[in-house]
Design a protein around this ligand. Structure first.
Ligand code: SF4
Length: 104
């Protein structure tokens, strides 16, 4: 078992303090794809609000996404299926790729 490193913070760390220490090994194979044609008439665009990594954003009226900072939470696929237009195809990155959490 790997020993966790000690916390490099003098005060209690906020979630943002901890998340900034995470590292990513980017998978060239896209593990998230979005059929953005379906997003055009998605009313609430809930994916914009649930992703802590801000993978999804609007450029003008158009939904764009960048999966490089994906934390593999999966909240986007849940809200897209339940409240959106089912535009997201989501899977985990291939083994060995993706986010590596440092704390928690
Ligand atoms: S929730 Fe789904 S359909 Fe709606 S904007 Fe986001 S990705 Fe597109």
């Amino acid at each position: 078992m790997t020993e966790k490193p000690s916390m490099p913070f003098e005060k209690p760390a906020t979630p943002d303090d901890k998340l900034i220490l995470d590292t990513f090994d980017h998978d060239e194979e896209p593990f998230i794809t979005v059929d953005t044609k379906l997003c055009k008439d998605c009313r609430g665009k809930p994916c914009l609000y649930v992703c802590p990594a801000q993978v999804y954003r609007l450029e003008g009226e158009e939904l764009v996404y960048n999966i490089e900072g994906c934390m593999e939470l999966g909240a986007c696929i849940i809200v897209c299926r339940s409240m959106g237009n089912k535009a997201i195809a989501w899977d985990y990155p291939r083994g060995g790729y993706g986010v590596e959490y440092k704390y928690g």
